[in-house]
Design a binder for this molecule. Structure first.
Ligand SMILES: Cc1ncc(COP(=O)(O)O)c(C=O)c1O
Length: 379
C-alpha cells in the first residue's frame, strides 16, 4: 500500500514504541549501547555517531517524504553539504554552482573546498545552455537550488538532470526553499537531495539540522560511510524536534503558500515596489517550469524597492510583526536585507545580490496582520 504525503509525514519511521506503545518515538539520548555478546550489538546499535534510533526515525521519514531509498540527518545543512562534497569530490574535480546560491553554500565552495583543490563555476541555472557550457570533463556535480535564494529563480530539474547525466556528473538539488511537500527532485532525475532542515522541514525556528536523501544504494553507502567518518550527525534531541516539526509540514506549507500569495498581491500593487520576485506570478520567467515541477510556489517572496538600498534597509528596520532576522521557513514571518545579511559573504563575487532587495519568509500568522505591518513599514 502506498501512502500519501501527509500520512508519511506522521507515520514513516514513527511506529509506536514496541516496548511502551508511546506514539511518539522516544529520544534515545545515549552515546553507547550494551551489546549481547562480542560482535553482537542489539538491533545493530553500538555507538551513536554511527547510528541512533531517534536519528534513524528521522532519516526514514525524510527518505519517505522525498521518495528516496535512504535519508541521512546531519547537525546542519552545511554539515550535510560538506559531507557530500568530501564523499563525492576530490582535488582536481569541478562543480557547477548556481549564480545565486545560498551565501553559505557559495562560501563553502569558494572559501573552503577551493583550497582543497575543488574548482567551481557559477552559472545561471534558469538557462540550461549556460549550465551545459559551464560543464567540463572534470565536472562531478551540478549543484541546483530551485527556487533560488534570494532571487527565486527557477531551474528545470528534468533538463538539468539530462545535462548532468550526459556529462557523467550527478545532479544535486538543495530543496530547502520548496520542501518535499512542494517539490520532489528525485522524481525529476536528481541524484541527491539536500536540505537545511533548519527551515521548512523543522519549521519552528528551534533547531538547526541538515539532510541528504538518495535513491542509489552505492551513493547512499558512500555518504553514510562519510557521515560516520566525519561525524557531523544530528543529535537525538535535534532529530526528535525535527521529526516533530515534520508531522505538520503539509498543513504549514499550504498556509505559507496562501499567505505568500496575499503578500505578493499586496506588493505588486504597491507604488514603492519596482519588482516582485515570486515564481507563482504568471510573468515570472520560471513560472511554467515551476508549475510543472512544484505543487505550489512556496512561502518565500523577494521584492525590490524603487528607492534603492536605503529604502530597502528602512523597510526592514521599520517592520514590527515581521521579525528582522536571517533564516527562513519557520511559522513566524521574517524580513531581511540579503545584501547586508544572509548574502553579505557574496559581495564582490558573481553571486552578489541587488542592494535594493528585501527578502520575506512569509509565516503562518493571520495574513491581515502581516499585510498591515508591511503597509506601515512601507508608508
Ligand atoms: C538554501 C539553503 N541551503 C543550505 C543552508 C544551510 O543550512 P544550515 O544553516 O542549516 O547549515 C541554508 C541556510 O540558510 C539555505 O537557506
Amino acid at each position: 500500500m502506498t501512502f500519501g504525503f501527509e500520512t508519511l509525514a506522521i507515520h514513516a519511521g514513527q511506529e509506536p514504541d514496541p516496548r511502551t506503545g508511546a506514539v511518539v518515538p522516544p529520544i534515545v539520548q545515549a552515546s553507547t549501547y550494551a551489546q549481547d555478546a562480542v560482535g553482537a550489538p542489539r538491533l545493530g546499535y553500538e555507538y551513536s555517531r554511527t547510528a541512533n534510533p531517534t536519528r534513524d526515525a528521522l532519516q526514514e521519514c525524510l527518505a519517505a517524504l522525498e521518495g528516496g531509498r535512504r535519508g541521512l540527518a546531519f547537525a546542519s545543512g552545511m554539515a550535510a553539504e560538506d559531507t557530500l562534497l568530501r564523499a563525492l569530490c576530490g582535488p582536481g574535480d569541478h562543480v557547477v554552482i548556481p549564480d545565486d546560491a545560498y551565501g553559505g553554500t557559495f562560501r563553502l565552495f569558494a572559501k573552503v573546498a577551493e583550497r582543497w583543490g575543488l574548482a567551481w563555476t557559477a552559472a545561471r541555472l534558469s538557462d540550461v545552455d549556460a549550465v551545459r557550457r559551464a560543464v567540463r570533463t572534470a565536472t562531478k556535480i551540478i549543484w541546483v537550488e530551485t527556487p533560488t535564494n534570494p532571487l527565486l529563480g527557477i531551474a528545470d530539474l528534468g533538463a538539468l538532470a539530462g545535462v548532468a547525466h550526459d556529462a557523467g556528473a550527478l545532479l544535486v538539488v538543495d530543496n530547502t526553499f520548496a520542501s518535499p511537500y512542494l517539490q520532489q527532485p528525485l522524481a525529476h532525475g536528481a541524484d541527491i537531495v539536500v536540505h537545511s532542515t533548519t527551515k521548512y522541514v523543522g519549521g519552528h525556528s528551534d533547531v538547526v539540522g541538515g539532510a541528504l536523501i538518495v535513491n542509489d544504494d552505492g551513493i547512499a553507502q558512500l555518504l553514510s560511510y562519510h557521515q560516520n567518518a566525519l561525524g557531523g550527525i544530528s543529535g537525538p534531541f535535534d532529530a526528535w524536534l525535527t521529526l516533530r516539526g515534520i508531522r505538520t509540514l503539509a498543513v504549514r506549507m499550504d498556509r505559507h503558500c496562501d499567505n505568500a500569495e496575499r503578500v505578493v498581491e499586496f506588493l505588486t500593487r504597491h507604488r514603492r515596489v519596482s519588482q516582485v520576485l515570486y515564481p507563482g506570478l504568471p510573468d515570472h520567467p520560471g513560472h511554467e517550469v515551476a508549475t510543472k515541477q512544484m505543487r505550489r510556489y512556496g512561502g518565500m517572496v523577494s521584492f525590490r524597492l524603487v528607492g534603492g538600498e536605503l529604502e530597502a534597509i528602512d523597510v526592514c528596520n521599520r517592520a514590527k510583526l515581521w521579525v528582522l532576522g536571517e533564516s527562513l521557513g519557520g511559522v513566524e514571518s521574517l524580513i531581511e536585507h540579503p545584501g547586508r545579511m544572509t548574502h553579505a559573504s557574496a559581495a564582490g563575487s558573481p553571486l552578489e545580490v541587488p542592494a535594493d532587495l528585501v527578502r520575506l519568509s512569509v509565516g503562518i500568522e493571520t495574513v491581515d496582520d502581516l499585510l498591515a505591518d508591511l503597509e506601515q513599514a512601507m508608508a
